[in-house]
Write a protein that binds this ligand. Sequence first.
Ligand SMILES: C[S@@+](CC[C@H](N)C(=O)[O-])C[C@H]1O[C@@H](n2cnc3c(N)ncnc32)[C@H](O)[C@@H]1O
Length: 254
Amino acid sequence: MKNVTAPPGSTLTLDNGTERMTVDLYSREGLDLLSNLSLKAGAEHRVMYEPTWLGRPIIQFPNDIVAIQELLWQVRPDVVVETGVAHGGSLILSASILELIGKGKVVAVDIDIRAHNRVAIEAHPLAHRVELIQGSSIADDTMAAVRRAVGDAETVLVFLDSNHSEAHVFRELELYGALVTPGSYLVAHDGAQAWVSDIPRGKPEWKSDHPLAAIYRFISLHPEFSIEQHWTRFGTTSSPDGWLKKAGQRSLGS
Ligand SMILES: C[S@@+](CC[C@H](N)C(=O)[O-])C[C@H]1O[C@@H](n2cnc3c(N)ncnc32)[C@H](O)[C@@H]1O
C-alpha cells in the first residue's frame, strides 16, 4: 500500500460521472464516505473472502468479525443459531468464543454442507461445540430440527447469513426471531448487498432485492426488536442496520 500526504484541510472528492461531491477528509462525513467507498472497493476485490478464523475461511469483513466477538462476549449465549455455514469460519468463530466463556453450542444450518467443509468442521478442535443441520433454513423440517437443538436454552442469539433475497431473509427473521431470548440479538448479515449493486461486479437486482428491505419490514412489524448502531461503529460493514436487539432483560443466570 502506498502512503499519500494528507494534511489538515485535505478534501476528498468523489466524481461518479453524474455528480461530484467534496468533503473535508477529517470530518465525520469524510470518514463515513471513506467507509462506504471501502465497502464498495473491498467488495469489488472480495476482501470479505480473505479472513480465516482458527483455520477456517470466514466470509466477513474484519470489522464485523471484531463486532461478532464483542457481541458474543457481552451476551454469553447458551446457544448460537447460524444460517449459512459455507466453509465454517463463522461458526468456528462463535464456537471459539463460547469455548472461552466455558459453555454453549452453535447450531448451524446450511442447504448444502459441502463434504470437504463438513470433514474439516467435524475434525476441528472446536467441533464439540458445533451441531450441523443440513436443509433450507426456512423449511419446516429444518426448523423442527433447529427447535429441538435449541431446546429450552436460557439465552439464544441468532446470525442469519444464508440466501440474501428479501423474501428469504424476511421469512428467516420471522422464524428465527421467535427463537431469540429477551435481551439477546438477531443479526441479519449482508444488508450491504443493497449498497454494492453499483460496483463493477455488482448485480442490478441487488438494488431492490436485499436483506435491508427485509430488516426494515420486519422491524416495522416487530417493535420488540430495535436496530443498534453500536455494532457497526467501525465503519465498513457487510451488515448495516442488521444488528437487532430483542427487548427485555437477559436472564441473570446466563
Ligand atoms: C455467505 S455464505 C455463509 C458465510 C458464513 N456465515 C461465514 O461467515 O463464513 C452463504 C451460505 O448460505 C447457504 N445457503 C443458501 N441458501 C440457503 C438456504 N435456503 N438455506 C440455508 N442455507 C442456504 C449457502 O449454501 C452458503 O453456504
